[in-house]
Design a protein around this ligand. Structure first.
Ligand code: NSS
Length: 436
């Protein structure tokens, strides 16, 4: 048995009803205009908006008083008759026959023109905006597209922990936790746990919050973000890049199929998304990227980090996502496999989103030799005993394998064309506030 709607129609369903039909809708008051002849009340629900109207003439006085008393963001139940009216959004409106106020709203603090800072303070109310509502729906479709791809290709979803003992991405961005008077950390990445799981399940993925005490405040960093990670036995770097391309395309496709209305509400130009489905994602190596950057007049040499600013310049060359591969060893983490033919280069890849967005995925083939990995851990100044269980994986039936991490919030930011990562997630965490 499905969920019961108790005879209500959603705002969207009402747009499909015929003139003269009687129906009930429930939602919140989105706009209100109190005119001499009519009171217009636009109601929003999770699916959209519908205009309702109460003609003052012949309406019972208590109904008029209720309509007058109702305020923006009050929750209401309205019964009425469908009328065609091309001036109404969607071409239909509901002529009010009955109105109940379920929860009368105080004067709603958002009226338009508020500062970003203030809106973040009242995020719990701002989340009702049409823009954020559409973004949350786009986010859900992104996740659905990603999930479908894993299912189609027989990957296993696993649930790694958030409380951990060791750093995956270096100590600099770790959040420390007092765990019964012992030191523990909030996870930066589930990678090592996923590497454990491939020895039984072969292809595994997880979505977990990851925590980074980032020093820089940027448009693409959160302190807590949703991290989708994949890891697979028997896959080399190229195999994993192919997988990541399919995965990202699956998310884009889902959004284009299901969320056109929401993309319009957030004013996203969909050309670049459609384009991205039609072509293979190009690859440039780190070496090629340095040349391209030099050609653009950037002061950079081999061995320098390609940061957000440089990535932005590189995106000018592409109108789809593209891969950046084969990085200098010293720029990347100790677990990346070193290229057989170049001891200073690792088999790492990033996926960059176009239009200036930059890195969305970071991945690599993993070092699968016990001796080489041990050496890299020591070289980086870590204590091998802290990585005992991780090293063990190379002792008991080691296997070539690769994996990656995808910033879900960054992917949503790009797909929805947002100018800041904070709006891709309902409750963004910044250094200044973990409220609400
Ligand atoms: O640091 S990463 O590049 N790579 C890892 O953590 C690997 N251990 C993942 C793996 O191979 N299993 O982070 C991966 C992605 C990166 O490309 C971003 O898209 C995203 O995670 N990321 C972030 N998103 C939002 N905010 C912050 N601070 C952030 N840091 C990384």
């Amino acid at each position: 048995m499905g969920e019961q709607n108790e005879g209500f129609n959603s705002t969207k369903q009402i747009l499909k009803l015929n003139e003269g039909e009687k129906t009930k809708v429930r939602g919140w008051i989105y706009r209100k205009r109190d005119l001499a002849d009519n009171i217009f009340i636009v109601v929003r629900d999770s699916e959209g908006i519908i205009q309702t109207v109460l003609p003052r003439k012949n309406a019972p006085q208590d109904l008029v008083s209720l309509a007058e008393k109702s305020t923006i963001e009050s929750s209401v139940v309205i019964e009425g008759i469908v009328k065609n009216d091309e001036r109404a959004p969607g071409g239909k409106e509901l002529q009010i026959e009955n109105l109940s106020i379920i929860g009368l709203s105080d004067d709603f603090p958002i009226k338009g023109g508020e500062s970003i800072d203030y809106l973040l303070d009242i995020r719990h109310l701002w989340l009702r905006s049409r823009k954020l509502t559409s973004i949350m729906k786009i986010r859900q479709s992104v996740l659905e597209g990603l999930r479908e791809y894993f299912k189609k290709n027989n990957w296993w979803e696993v649930n790694p922990p958030i409380l951990t003992q060791s750093a995956v991405e270096g100590g600099a961005t770790l959040f420390e936790v007092n765990f019964f008077n012992k030191k523990a950390y909030l996870s930066q990445s589930a990678q090592f746990y996923l590497e454990v799981m491939i020895f039984s399940l072969e292809k595994v993925w997880a979505i977990t919050p990851s925590f980074r005490a980032e020093k820089s405040r940027t448009r693409r960093h959160l302190y807590e973000y949703y991290h989708l990670e994949g890891e697979a036995a028997w896959m080399g770097m190229k195999d994993m890049m192919n997988h990541v391309e399919g995965l990202i395309k699956s998310a884009i496709k889902k959004v284009l199929e299901d969320r056109l209305e929401d993309l319009e509400i957030v004013k996203r130009d969909t050309n670049i998304l459609e384009n991205s489905l039609k072509t293979n994602f190009p690859e440039i190596t780190y070496d090629e990227a340095i040349l391209k950057l030099k050609n653009k007049g950037i002061n950079i040499k081999w061995g320098d980090d390609i940061g957000a600013d440089e990535e932005k310049v590189l995106t000018e060359y592409f109108d789809t996502p593209f891969f950046l591969t084969m990085f200098p060893k010293h720029l990347k983490s100790f677990y990346m496999k070193i290229d057989d033919s170049r001891p200073d280069v690792v088999l790492g890849f990033d996926l960059e989103a176009p239009e200036g967005y930059g890195e969305v995925v970071g991945g690599s083939q993993r070092e699968d030799s016990y001796e080489k990995l041990y050496k890299r851990i020591v070289e980086e100044g870590y204590n091998p005993s802290d990585y005992q269980w991780y090293l063990d994986l190379r002792k008991y039936g080691t296997v070539p394998h690769s994996g990656y991490g995808l910033g879900v919030d960054r992917l949503v930011t790009w797909i929805a064309g947002l100018d800041h990562i904070r709006d891709s997630i309902p409750f963004p965490r910044f250094r200044e506030r973990i409220y609400p």
